[in-house]
Design a protein around this ligand. Structure first.
Ligand code: ADP
Length: 318
């Protein structure tokens, strides 16, 4: 009886997915018209697998269109993987897949349009980062954490992103973060807590040590990348700077020393001078907990979310 119920539930879930997939199919002519025939004027950027265009649907909705440049067997696999997985995911901090189309050798993915582009263009750009106050940065950190928690624990699939980085986080018009680029060989359905891969797909600087050196990855490798992201968002400095300057090691002790002095203005991005000191310290602390060498010492995303929302400063002193 339990088996039957399980099978029935599985069937209902599959039927739901099929219905959703059917509703996601776009006509190629609509996408062509929406992007002005993939005109260079509408090009937003070049990704690892093809170009991204801005488009407008006949109903006025803005979209981002990813066009696969060539469809190799692996590209085809990744395209299907993206659609099948993303069709099952819905969260305000994950970029939504609005549809797809496939005609001849063309493979197209249609996403919601994130008006403020990717996070790296905001935090590492002096003019744009100057407008990013502490509340916004905190909102971005918190949103990314919730998006990852959903991938790891709350979606029906247990998913490890494997390539979390500033240019895979998009920002909508209200600066809500949307995690993107999951699905193209980077998503992994978790049936074990730790997996070994033959092909390391990720980005040095954000990659956990066990993943970079031994190809071992788990949800904790995403936690590491999240920690790097947090430190980048708070300091406004790229991970290459953070890891090469020994600054990371000093950051936490400095934070605590300065916390006692109630000033941390030399430590963090200038724009944060008016930010909540305790919030900033908490985020630096969380970032550093996440980038610990040993995966087992890193917190889970559930405890990260809890720590972020906790208003008490009862964090252990390092
Ligand atoms: P990469 O592989 O370098 O991360 P992507 O293929 O994801 O690049 O995207 C290339 C560029 O297109 C990004 O840097 C981003 O600025 C833009 N972009 C991608 N998706 C969207 C979207 N949904 N909304 C707005 N801009 C987007």
């Amino acid at each position: 009886c339990a088996l039957l119920r399980k099978r029935l539930k599985h069937k209902v879930e599959n039927d739901d997915t099929i219905k959703r997939l059917e509703s996601l199919q776009f006509e190629f002519s609509i996408i062509k018209a929406a992007t002005d025939n993939f005109s260079d004027n509408n090009k937003l950027g070049q990704g690892g697998f093809g170009s991204v265009y801005k488009g407008v649907l006949p109903n006025g909705r803005d979209i981002a269109v990813k066009r696969l440049s060539e469809c190799s067997a692996q590209g085809e696999e990744e395209f299907k993987n993206e659609i099948l997985l993303v069709a099952k995911l819905q969260h305000r901090n994950l970029v939504s897949l609005l549809g797809f189309c496939s005609e001849g050798t063309e493979r197209i993915l249609v996403y919601e349009f994130a008006r403020n582009g990717s996070l790296d263009h905001v935090i590492f750009d002096a003019t744009r980062s100057a407008q990013l106050n502490w509340e916004m940065r905190y909102k971005i950190i918190n949103g990314i954490a919730r998006g990852i928690l959903y991938l790891h624990e709350d979606s029906r699939l247990k998913i490890i992103h494997r390539d979390l980085k500033a240019n895979n986080v998009l920002l909508d018009e209200e600066m809500n973060p949307k995690i993107s680029d999951f699905g193209l060989a980077r998503l992994f359905v978790l049936d074990q807590t730790q997996c070994i891969t033959r092909r390391v797909a990720g980005t040095y600087g954000y990659m956990a040590p066990e993943y970079a050196s031994q190809n071992r990855f788990s949800a904790k490798s995403d936690v590491f990348s999240f920690g790097v992201l947090v430190l980048e968002i708070v300091t406004g400095k790229k991970n290459s700077w953070l890891s090469n300057s020994n600054e990371l090691e000093h950051l936490l002790s400095q934070a605590w020393k300065n916390w006692r002095k109630r000033t941390i203005s030399n430590l963090i991005d200038n724009t944060l001078r008016n930010g909540s000191t305790s919030g900033i310290i908490r985020c630096i602390h969380i970032g550093l907990l996440c980038v610990q060498e040993n995966a087992a010492d890193r917190p889970t995303m559930a405890s990260v979310v809890l720590m972020l929302s906790s208003h008490s400063l009862s964090l252990p002193e390092p």
